[in-house]
Design a protein around this ligand. Sequence first.
Ligand code: DX5
Ligand code: ZN
Length: 216
Amino acid sequence: MIKIAPSILSANFANLAAEIKDVEAGGADYIHVDVMDGHFVPNLTIGPLIVEAIRPTTSLPLDVHLMMENPDQYIPTFAKAGADIITVHAEACPHLHRTIQLIKEHGVKAGVALNPATPIDHVKHILEDIDLVLLMTVNPGFGGQKFIKSVLPKIEQISQLIQIRHLSIDVEVDGGVNEETARLCVEAGANVLVAGSAIYDKEDRGAAIKAIRSTL
Ligand code: DX5
Ligand code: ZN
């Protein structure tokens, strides 16, 4: 039931197709794609061209995490490039319902992400319209950062709210997820675990995925 989404941010970009096939063979459920614009977060990473290029290399869903200002401008392009899930940050979307609508108009699943310091109030009014809530467990921008434990109560709160309202929404966590922290997230109610360095920094990615699963 728990899905594991390796983040290719920590993969070898000179060898992306093989890096993706490696985690697919190793039991990954999604491929997590971190898009950073150098404004919303202090880093620049992947654009739609890369999403389009990797699309044919895997049959796994591409879970595209947009860490960018004004995502509306690029949602159609990412959808056409082959994204299966597009997640935007609540902090970057003044007209969140409109942005979610735009994602859905393109036949793509829609998610909303919250930074560690953003309360769950920012998604309460849109839960009925989305497929996924992404709770950041680090401040977005880089792989390999330390898990922020104070996000755990937020995971519990949002999971309870989803249950009370009888919704079927994925609760995804992203940042510092590893063999030690994965279980805490799942116990709090998360069902999709993004892991970058905990998988791609290991030589045997299949073993790394299994190691995380074995702790759950
Ligand atoms: C952080 C990104 C994450 C990142 C996770 O800004 O959104 O997806 O790749 O990397 P780890 O698992 O190494 O913290
Ligand atoms: Zn991410």
